[in-house]
Write a protein that binds this ligand. Sequence first.
Ligand SMILES: *Cc1c(COP(=O)(O)O)cnc(C)c1O
Length: 425
Amino acid sequence: MMNVIDRHESEVRGYVRNFPVVFDRAEGSYLYDADEHRYLDFFSGAGALNYGHNHPRLKTHLLDYIERDGITHGLDLATRAKAEFMQRFHEVILEPRGLDYRLQFPGPTGTNAVEAALKLARKVTGRDKIMSFTNAFHGMTLGALAVTGNAFKRSGAGITLTLSDTMPFYNYFGDDTDTLDYIDRLLTDNGSGMDLPAAAIIETVQAEGGINVASAEWLQGLAALCERHGILLIVDDIQAGCGRTGSFFSFEEAGIKPDIVCLSKSLSGYGLPLALTLIKPEHDQWEPGEHNGTFRGNNHAFVTATAALGFWENGDFEAQVATRSRMLREHLETLVARYPKAFTEVRGRGMMLGLACHDSALPRALSAAAFARGLLHETAGPDDEVAKYMPALTISEEQLREGLKIIDGSVEAVLGRPDAYAIAV
Ligand SMILES: *Cc1c(COP(=O)(O)O)cnc(C)c1O
């Protein structure tokens, strides 16, 4: 079966090269290939499977909906599935957090949520530049790519990407430089050559960019800076949101209220495509149909997304994620302590954690060794210098332990025993 893919699928294929087996079915934290080999999933569809694969409660709702011939496709017509989702999203997510947003459903991919946000910010402010950040990742369409940092991804555009100014992310120059001072100076100084942007777009934890965490204070400072200069603040919570960093929105810890928020990946909770751009009511200046899409509002995704909101009805799930996160982080810390010449630090928040490596060839080797032992995990960073661990938020303690053993085994297989490695280097 892999022959078919090798022969007929475009060279652009990516992840399949790192995990070259034919997957057939999946349940919770496990994937199974066509030969029934089992793999623990610490990849989680790059953040699209926060509640694991085929969660039984979500599946039941979806099967019932399909069985009763609920609307599948409806453009942006009013459907019961959509109304129920919107009602519950207000009750369970927005109101308890003191947030007030209008909901825009763009096309169902993350990059579409970003395009909608950028367009709207330009329309609202009448300005065209966007402030982006080093190592940001916002998607593959031209607008989103223009605010993405990665040189390889940018070069794929084939045109000059314009109308963005890249600013240094939190800690880009190390502990001694507050990058907000730098940005503020450029915005304030009439000689800086920097135009006032329409918006700043930021990931609170940069996922693809190497699991770089912006501190809560820095995010508060950025929000204040944006407010001072009349710049809209867009938080791209496509990967860090929906619980990945421990709370539903990644910016809750900082207590900021962005003007626009982008969600997608785990919003449906089931791996079904769904994207959402949240807009402060005063910025909702769209004309009817000014941004549209054939697959706005995927009703099957609404059904599972509504069921997934059940995880957020009280604090139990968040508390469980915090416990699992601590376990994973503490274990990765022990690896850093045991292999100080290989690993620099543990990065991340919640269940988006990474091992930063001195040698950028190491994460890929660790991922290959883990895969050979039955565990999927990704790498991240501009040079792939971070081994990225993202188990499902629903993973059991026992499954997490099983994964940690495999990670230990892979580290030892690649680096040797800690004492031997220390001597060898
Ligand atoms: C994945 C991702 C996107 C793009 O989403 P697609 O569905 O792949 O278009 C945008 N921003 C962030 C932070 C992402 O992780």
